[in-house]
Each structure stands twice: as C-alpha cells, then as structure tokens.
Design a protein around this ligand. Structure first.
Ligand SMILES: C[S@@+](CC[C@H](N)C(=O)[O-])C[C@H]1O[C@@H](n2cnc3c(N)ncnc32)[C@H](O)[C@@H]1O
Length: 263
C-alpha cells in the first residue's frame, strides 16, 4: 500500500479548514458532497496522498490516507469500540508480536481485531469469538473495508466463548466482554503456560471480579491499569491542554498463566 497514488477502492480522509474529518472510499464517477461544495472522486484519483484539493465551492480539503487510528474513530459501529489510546497499550501489555497465535472475544465492531491483525502480521493467526450475528457482520465488513480483503489468517467463530474454544496452544488471549470471568474455565486450558491474557473492562466492579477470578484460575502477575491521554493545543503563544478530552474509557487487566511449582 505505502504512499502510492490514490486509486479507486482506496479509503481517503478529507480534512477541512476547521480540522473536521470525512472518510470516503474512492469510486470512479462518484462525488462527495459537503456543506462547502462537491468533490468529484475522479479529481482525486491519481493524485498523491497529502495533496490539497478544492471543492466546487472553492474551499480547501486536505486528502490523506486514514491511519488505523483514524479509521477506527470514523468507521461505522455496531458495538462500542476500544479507543486507539487503549489499543496501543493493549499490544504492549499483552506483548503481542508478529507470528503469534491469538484468541479474542468478542468481535464487536472490529477495532481490536484490526489492531491485533496488524500486530501479529501475516505469519500470525487470530481466532475471534462473537455471539451476535449482527455484530459479526458489522465487524467483518469494517475489517474488510480497511484491509481491502478478508484476511485469511482471521477465523471468526459465531458462538459463546464460554461454551468452549475447540482449539488450544494460544500465545495470547484478549477479551472485551462484559463478563470475562465467565470465560476463564473455557479458555484457560487453551492458553500456553507463561502466556498472557488481557481483559478490557469499563467499570471498577468488573475489574475486582476478573482479578479475583484470574487468581482462582492459576494466573499470576495480575496488573490493572487505566490509560489517560490528553491532547494539547499548540498555536503561537497559546500552548495549553485542549479543553476537551476523551475521559474514561476502560481499564486494562493483564495476567500470566502460571505453570505451577517444580517438586
Ligand atoms: C464491546 S463489544 C467488542 C468491541 C470490539 N472489541 C471492538 O473494539 O470493536 C463486545 C462484543 O462481545 C460480544 N460478546 C459478549 N459476550 C460474549 C461471549 N460470551 N462470547 C462471544 N461474544 C460475546 C458482544 O456481542 C459484542 O459484540
């Protein structure tokens, strides 16, 4: 993909003078309408990303390729997504690297799946459980729209992860479920000893319950963290934190599966 010329089928993000962002999939003969005028897709196709174009009304729009983070914030949502500020730390805390075999639940809108797929690369594999057909359809469409295809190393299984996982030897497990403690009996044998499980949880009672459950299921090195990110406004002498920020999103709880003691 890199920074080649923009082509039909590519995602493009237009940014106006007020920093408002619009995500568009380019298609020959199509046009994008906004309050300041129209942009013909054909007038963008063949240009370099980073170019500034003009609407029919004469206003300027910067055209760039959306990053994964841009895409996640703009993509259609079925279920609530995990925000980019938490997705990056999830990769570090769970220590996910190329080639790993990762188990995930649930798919939801696909933000976490896209992040995990990028981290494991084409040599890795991702198995995702999702109990709702409508969420699975939305998540799979979001993934295919961003990647331009359905990745062959991503298997989505429709069902309740608490009923069992039909496979084992996972290097990592990442759970974004309301009740991850309920999944521990089914998933723990599928995680290799020394492997890491990470749970994303919006509320404090969920954190208490999953930490207790992780210890009861033979996990150690249990750590809980909340990530706060604050953007800054930097313009001339006006250098200060932005007035608005994403406040609370969720807590990240990670733990290692222990192998027991040598006699
Ligand atoms: C908050 S959403 C996940 C969002 C996703 N991580 C993202 O970033 O886009 C939680 C999803 O888990 C699914 N789910 C809840 N309990 C489940 C279970 N026991 N097994 C499988 N999927 C489950 C729900 O249907 C929902 O789609």
């Amino acid at each position: 993909m890199a920074d080649d010329l923009m082509a039909p089928g590519d995602l493009v993000m237009f940014i106006d003078s007020k920093q408002r962002r619009y995500m568009v999939k380019l298609a020959e003969g199509h046009s994008f309408h906004l309050h300041t005028g129209i942009i013909e897709h054909d007038s963008v196709i063949g240009l370099e990303p980073g170019v500034t174009v003009r609407t029919s009304g004469g206003s300027r729009l910067l055209a760039v390729r959306p990053t994964l983070s841009d895409y996640i914030l703009k993509m259609p949502r079925g279920a609530q997504v995990i925000y980019p500020k938490d997705l990056g730390p999830i990769i570090m805390l769970a220590d996910i690297e190329p080639g790993m075999r990762v188990l995930e639940a649930g798919l939801g809108s696909g933000a976490l799946s896209l992040t995990l797929l990028r981290a494991i690369g084409s040599e890795g594999s991702l198995v995702t459980y999702e109990m709702r057909d409508d969420h699975a359809a939305r998540g799979l469409k979001n993934i295919a729209d961003f990647l331009g295809c359905t990745p062959i190393n991503h298997e989505v299984r429709i069902g309740d992860i608490c009923d069992g996982i039909d496979s084992n030897d996972f290097d990592r497990i990442v759970l974004d479920l309301p009740d991850p403690w309920g999944a521990l009996p089914a998933i723990t044998p599928g995680l290799r000893p020394g492997g890491i499980v990470l749970c994303y949880l919006p509320t404090v009672p969920q954190v208490s319950q999953v930490v207790e459950a992780l210890r009861d299921h033979g996990f150690g090195m249990v750590e809980s963290v909340e990530i706060l990110a604050r953007s800054w406004h930097v313009e001339g002498m006006s250098v200060r934190p932005e007035h608005r920020m994403v406040g609370h999103t969720g807590f990240l709880v990670s733990a290692r599966r222990l192998a027991g003691e040598v006699d």
